[in-house]
Design a binder for this molecule. Structure first.
Ligand code: NDP
Length: 452
């Protein structure tokens, strides 16, 4: 019998969410095609998590060389070559693009190179070609958003930051989210003078206030200039670079201004209006808990839905959507206790509720805090503190949140996220034996409640 549609599933966008959904659907027996107009692997692989972390590693060597002296090392002359770093990073990304291609083709997924747009609820166009599918999954991600200010076109965004021809000697970064904070650390760690401008009183809104304050202190110690409660008003060309005019009257000359003021869903020009898929006020696709849009057979996952814009969340949504479409039962993603890390200098990571969120939800809560100089820095002499915090609900004794700033915070919090997901109590934390000497053991040895 002839098939009614060319494919069971047509996925638009081969990023983290789209690739996972394609592979799971194919494993479940669906005939799948995925269209990609730019690069396999999407933001995370090409201009996000992966190259960012490689740049973060590069920016940590300066500290390592300086710290080595206290351990008896004499480190010889040092020179950093940006072009080598970028070339090696690009080679690794090209390798990953190939890995993604093989993952898809080995799963039996057809890759369509080009921009796909919707013609109706079951038809997409790629150039002159028309393809039909029973289900369509939109996984087109997001794109950097720039504030409307004079001279905004002179600025760079995070996509550009991965392909700069030279390391800046002076950079202004605007925005106090993950991207602004991480790139401030990267450029400063590699030797640039960095000013971070943020409109709010403190950056990283939504993170635990103690972590936000601790990071501000650590970044200032490292020479990053933090200008809070300040807006960028204007960018002008100036000599070889630019001049950033700020709301506090300051004018900063720099090689570039980088705008890290958030990202918006990539929904423009997709043809969504022809299908009746509902968008929210910010242009993101509205979906239910199964990632189904307002059109029965069209699903959407990842940043284009603007839920939790993190790669592992997009992957979980992609898998759940594929299971819902082709598996035995509908699957929804659990958004409680999503851990995340900011790869700042030092890094910070968090799982569960912040102190403020827990107080708002439960009223009285117990807080345990620990701030200490890490063992390594007793000899390195570096003035850096590690800070950890547990948020506990006294009635149930459940640990609602774990927060940390310090070396390896992401690695440590990932492990604790399992305990939080299992509903661990403070008593279970206390009954856990530490690994000595580590920083992480502090999470199982905090006994004194902090004064509220
Ligand atoms: P975020 O939404 O995290 O932060 C945007 C920042 O820009 C906020 O500080 C915001 O301020 C500020 N801002 C927004 N609009 C304006 C404006 N018009 N003028 C001045 N400031 C403005 O976005 P990012 O770009 O940092 O990151 C995008 C997404 O990527 C994040 O949501 C995150 O989920 C993801 N990501 C995750 C990473 C990780 O897991 N390590 C790393 C990088 C990105 P305010 O707080 O006042 O709104």
């Amino acid at each position: 019998m002839a098939q009614k549609y060319d494919y069971d599933l047509f996925v638009i966008g081969a990023g983290s969410g789209g690739v996972r959904a394609s592979r799971v659907a194919a494993q479940l027996g669906a005939r799948v095609a995925v269209a990609e107009e730019r690069y396999l692997g999407g933001t995370c692989v090409n201009v996000g998590c992966i190259p960012k972390k490689l740049l973060v590693y590069a920016s940590e060597f300066g500290d390592a060389f300086a710290d080595a002296a206290g351990f008896g090392w004499t480190v010889g002359p040092r020179r950093f070559d940006w072009a080598t770093l970028i070339a090696n990073k690009d080679a690794e990304i090209a390798r990953l693009n190939g890995v993604y291609e093989r993952l898809l083709t080995n799963a039996g997924v057809t890759i369509v190179n080009g921009r796909a747009t919707l013609i109706d609820a079951h038809t997409v166009a790629i150039g002159a070609e028309r393809v039909t599918a029973k289900y369509i999954l939109i996984a087109v991600g997001g794109w950097p958003a720039a504030p409307r200010i004079p001279g905004a076109e002179l600025a760079i965004d995070s996509n550009d930051a991965f392909h700069l021809h030279a390391l800046p000697s002076r950079a202004v970064i605007v925005g106090g989210g993950y991207i602004g904070v991480e790139f401030a650390g990267v450029f400063a760690g590699l030797g640039a003078r960095v000013t971070l401008v943020h409109r709010g009183p403190l950056f990283l809104r939504g993170f635990d206030d103690d972590l936000r304050a601790a990071l501000a202190e650590e970044m200032r110690k490292r020479g990053v200039e933090l200008r809070f409660a300040t807006q960028l008003e204007r960018i002008e060309k100036h000599r070889d670079g630019v001049r950033a005019a700020l709301s506090d009257g300051a004018a900063i000359d720099a090689d570039f201004v980088m705008l890290a003021t958030g990202r918006i869903a990539n929904t423009r020009g997709l043809g969504l209006e022809t299908t009746g898929v509902t968008l929210d006020g910010a242009g993101a696709i509205v979906v239910d808990r199964y990632s189904r849009t307002s059109v029965e057979n069209i699903f959407a996952v990842g940043d284009v839905t603007n839920r939790r814009n993190l790669t592992p969340v997009a992957i979980a949504e992609g898998r759940a959507a594929a299971e819902t479409m082709f598996g035995r039962r509908a699957l929804a993603v659990d958004y409680d206790n999503v851990p995340s890390a900011v790869f700042s200098h030092p890094p910070l990571a968090t799982v569960g509720l912040t102190e403020a969120e827990a107080r708002a939800r439960f009223g009285a809560i117990d807080i345990y805090k620990s701030s200490f100089r890490p063992l390594k820095h007793t000899l390195s002499g570096r003035d850096e503190r590690t800070f950890m915090k547990l948020v506990v609900e006294p009635k149930s004794d459940r640990v609602l949140g774990c927060h940390m700033i310090g070396a390896d915070a992401g690695e440590i919090i990932q492990g604790l996220a399992v305990a939080i997901q299992c509903g661990a109590t403070k008593e279970r934390f206390d009954a856990t034996i530490g690994i000595h000497p580590t920083a992480a053991e502090e999470f199982v040895t905090m006994r004194e409640k902090a004064a509220s």
